[in-house]
Design a protein around this ligand. Sequence first.
Ligand code: BG6
Length: 481
Amino acid sequence: MKQIKTFPSNFLWGGAISANQAEGAWNQSGKGPSVADVMMCKNNLDIANYTDETSIEDIQHHLKNTNDKLFPKRIGIDFYHRYQEDIRLLAEMNINTFRLSISWARLFPRGDEEKPNQAGLDFYRDIFMECQKYGIEPLVTLSHYEMPLYLVEAFGGWQDRKVMDYFVHYCQVVFEEFHELVHYWIPFNEIDSVLRHPFVSAGLTADAKDKRTMYQAMHYQYVASAKVVELCHRIDKTAQIGCMLTGIMAYPYTCRPEDNDKAQQMRHYMYLSGDVQIKGHYPKAVEAMLKETLQLDFTEEDKQVLATNHCDFLAFSYYMSITQGIEKDQPTAAGNTISGIKNPYLESTDWGWQVDPLGLRMICQDLYNRFEVPLFIVENGLGAKDVVTSDGQILDDYRIDYHRKHLKELTHVINQDHIAVMGYLTWGIIDIVSSSSAEMEKRYGFIYVDLDNQGTGTLKRIPKKSFYWYQEVINSQGANL
Ligand code: BG6
């Protein structure tokens, strides 16, 4: 019987991680500290301050704390020393694309140096060569929640225009060094998140969280991104560079116009990165707010840079949908650094994120109709508590079910909606430290890592049931979901 191919033959199948959640080795081989390295595990936390309440005093206090186990991102999953084993396992699943990020502070320990740290360059070259060995294409994010801490202390993070030049210089070094090994790039992970977690996303400390400063930091990131797009296209005409946004589908709680208005505003906010990075300009109302109400430093040259350097594709994360309404006393649902009214029609994960595969189809339609460039799902996954059976297995049928349902919707997106989708990458394809709460026990992977929230464990890797399921999905080009 002829097999039905549900995904195009050039589809990019794979998984994703970020440096700050996986590498560890936070102070080895010349790496400088980053914002991620002062983030405690939420469960171990006995202080009021958390991610977005970090003050300069907290940073200095945390840096003196040498108990790395309290700061899981300092240890990660020790990808720094185990990347060969990890990439071999990924290759065994037959993935052809691996999204990872470069740690800015590993190449430029303070962030403002002229010359890069050679040990850092060597490390990433080895990784890319390892990927090449297995025919895996790296998709590289240049800034995924880990700016060098020195830039926070000296310049207040992304609120200072100078940081833009340091970032562009870092990217130039990376492109010149690796353009033969890497063909897909993303300058920033989720610039929209500056408004939701300003410290990890833009290095804004607790005293710099006012609306004007947050939008200023966002604006500088957008302009920096456009400059990096120009650089990338200049250095390698064949490279593709995309923007990346937090894909959260927003529904009105009722058909009341006010609820719909709230949902609509939420969608406009979610899609803003596409407006600026794909279309090349802010919506008129947003530009007026930035210039007239907030009086941002927003020059004519910035406007020109944004207008002339568009991204080639639109990448996004998708985990859940959110429900918006004006009702005050409704139960709320948690989510990817954003919450809303609980949707009675959806089930939630252990962490309260609302699972909504159909929402993926709708957000693809929204984004494609609005931007008309290829879409790339670069994060999708289920954070869950896994249990290892007495004979050493992880039977994660719940995770398989989650991915299966989302991939089924994606077949409709591709075949019925005729939307160009470049690929599908599962988030945390190997267990890594959670971004928002720095927990190890919120697991997304198809590969289990023996490590707990207290930093205890052998770091042994074990393929889960989902590993073999994904392998079969890829081998059958999606026919055997
Ligand atoms: C995404 C981030 O938005 O959400 C990732 O890009 C993050 O870095 C992911 O890990 C899931 O969030 P969390 O907090 O469950 O790790």
